[in-house]
Design a protein around this ligand. Structure first.
Ligand code: EPU
Length: 419
């Protein structure tokens, strides 16, 4: 297991090239199961979660090739069972359910468990499949969905915590091959859902309204092969913007979609940082005094839960008292106790973190608990005096392509050590 060692306090400057989006690439790769023909997906990030997805596709019978950022998948024949040994490694494996159900009218996937960011049910995915006419059985840790035929219908994906991103993806992927019209109400509006819908349309699906809360799908008889380039990773871009805010002279993120980053850039501007750029490239620099903030995570276009931990790291040294409320995963606060070990003054009150900005953080050995918590600890390490050692760093490799190399290029002193 590797660890990352950071000597904090170095000033960062320069530019960083943002990778393709993990959360777009995973469902798009799953969607290649919807056709017998060859699909070519570009700008696929080199991440362990992507490797797990490619393993699942291969297990299901697809031929998979990868040459740097381009993945080719051809699923001429598929089997419909994704076993625990593979699925347990990554929750997003659940998004093969929709395409398998759409194509083969049945799928069995090991039921994903909870994870460190909280309880993560799939009831809304299953509600959507049932709406399309599928039966759902949970047995021996597996969930099986099956139907003689799928029929279009109106489905609401509103749950007690709002809508669901992968649930919207899953229902959309099943509905593209259902008979008739499916209307998804209360759909997730994330750019990653739109990216998947764009790919499905290139495959011959008829989808309108992706990016709004009402998606209308006209079922097709079959889909064909297509080529697609994955959108830039807005969470990686946001993380590097915060690295620039924390330790930057001026840091530029290139190959981004600034329109996907508005909630993040608005918050950074409110905090007192200078941001400018075009839609494809954004720069951040310190701009004098910083201000404490009150933030709430929300579904897109609100402030993303996947940036909450990184924002907590930034606010740890911003003078005044900030509050960060987590509305999507109320228990997603494993980073707080580690940030406190580095000297941050944070109190948790239910799903709100109250952060009193301190003068400085001090380097310490810390433990990464999940992907975004790891990113937050790296950011805190860049800011801290002395050396920070981040253990269990495999979490970071699930979602950030070459984060250590990219930070070194910006001037960080960071080293990956084999343990
Ligand atoms: N929920 C339900 N029932 C369901 C599905 C979700 O109650 O059937 C609840 C969840 O418990 C949560 C809320 O709805 O409270 C939203 O969860 P959602 O289903 O939208 O999450 P997801 O689709 O499983 C994706 C991303 C996450 C990101 C969330 C929210 C992927 C692979 N994962 O997960 O990304 O946090 O949307 O934006 O796209 C990450 O990249 O670090 C990450 C965790």
């Amino acid at each position: 297991m590797d660890k990352i060692v950071i000597r904090g306090g170095q000033q960062l400057s320069g530019s960083v090239r943002i990778s393709g989006s993990k959360n777009s690439a995973l469902p798009i790769l799953a969607a290649t199961l919807l056709t017998k023909e060859r699909c070519v997906i570009q700008r696929v990030p080199d991440l362990s979660d992507v490797h797990y997805m490619l393993q699942i596709l291969a297990h299901l019978g697809a031929e998979v090739e990868r040459a740097s950022g381009t993945v080719t998948v051809q699923a001429e024949k598929v089997n419909t069972v994704a076993p625990y040994e593979i699925v347990r490694k990554m929750r997003a494996s659940v998004c093969v359910l929709g395409p398998l159900l759409g194509r083969e009218k049945e799928a069995t996937v090991s039921m994903p468990g909870g994870c460190v960011i909280g309880d993560r049910p799939i009831d809304l995915h299953l509600r959507g499949f049932e709406g399309l006419g599928a039966a759902v059985r949970v047995h021996a840790g597996n969930v099986k969905v099956f139907a003689p035929e799928l029929h279009g219908t109106t489905i609401s994906l509103e749950g007690k915590s709002g809508t669901t991103v992968l649930g919207t993806d899953n229902v959309m992927m099943a509905a593209v091959l259902a008979e008739g019209t499916t209307i998804i109400e209360d759909a997730a509006r994330e750019p990653e859902v739109v990216d998947l819908a764009n790919f499905l349309q290139k495959m011959g699906a008829n989808i309108e309204g992706a990016g709004t809360s009402r998606i209308v799908i006209e079922g097709a008889k079959e889909l064909h092969g297509a080529e697609h380039e994955v959108i830039p990773d807005r969470i990686e871009a946001g993380t590097f913007l915060i690295a620039g805010a924390i330790a930057g002279k001026e840091v530029t993120v290139n190959r981004v979609r600034a329109d996907h980053l508005t909630a993040i850039t608005d918050v950074l501007r409110d905090c007192g940082f200078g941001l400018n750029g075009t839609n494809g490239s954004l720069s951040i620099r310190p701009n004098g005094a910083t201000k404490s903030l009150n933030i709430k995570t929300q579904p897109y276009p609100g402030f993303p839960t996947d940036m909450q931990a990184q924002m907590c790291a930034l606010l740890s040294t911003v003078a005044g008292v900030s509050s960060v409320t987590e509305n999507i995963f109320p228990q997603r606060f494993m980073h707080i106790s580690e940030l406190k070990r580095m000297g941050a003054a944070i109190e948790l009150d239910g799903s709100t973190a109250r952060i009193r900005g301190v003068g400085s953080l001090s380097g310490a050995p810390v433990m990464a608990s999940d992907l975004r918590a790891s990113a937050a600890l790296i950011l805190a390490g860049l800011l801290a005096d002395g050396t920070t050692e981040i253990n269990r760093v495999y979490h970071i490799d699930r979602g950030y392509e070459m984060i250590d190399e990219k930070l070194i290029d910006l001037g960080a002193q960071i080293e990956r050590v084999k343990v």
